[in-house]
Design a protein around this ligand. Structure first.
Ligand SMILES: [Zn+2]
Length: 93
């Protein structure tokens, strides 16, 4: 009856019908989220989802790009301690 007066029933009307146990045709009542997440809250939640680009450091001795806080894979140099920690000659032999 309300649908005839005001057009097709809105979600709120369907929920109200459901609460009043008014019979609607089966399959017409849809699942309704309890609270709708606003665009602002959605954006705040997704603000942490981006990935950061990997930051490179460069070996002070040979200039190869290395991961921070790690030894140079090329020459065994440590930028933090400022000396060679792994000798490449002994590693190869
Ligand atoms: Zn190096």
């Amino acid at each position: 009856m309300l649908g005839v007066l005001f057009g097709p029933p809105t979600i709120r009307m369907r929920v109200a019908f459901q609460a009043l146990q008014v019979d609607l045709t089966e399959g017409e009542i849809m699942a309704v989220p309890k609270r709708r997440v606003s665009h602002a809250r959605q954006g705040k939640r997704r603000s942490h989802h981006h990935l950061k680009a990997r930051e490179n450091q460069y070996c002070n001795r040979c200039g190869v790009a290395v991961k921070p806080h790690s030894l140079c894979w090329n020459c065994g140099w440590s930028n933090i301690q400022g000396r060679e920690l792994v000798s490449m000659e002994t590693k190869e032999s």
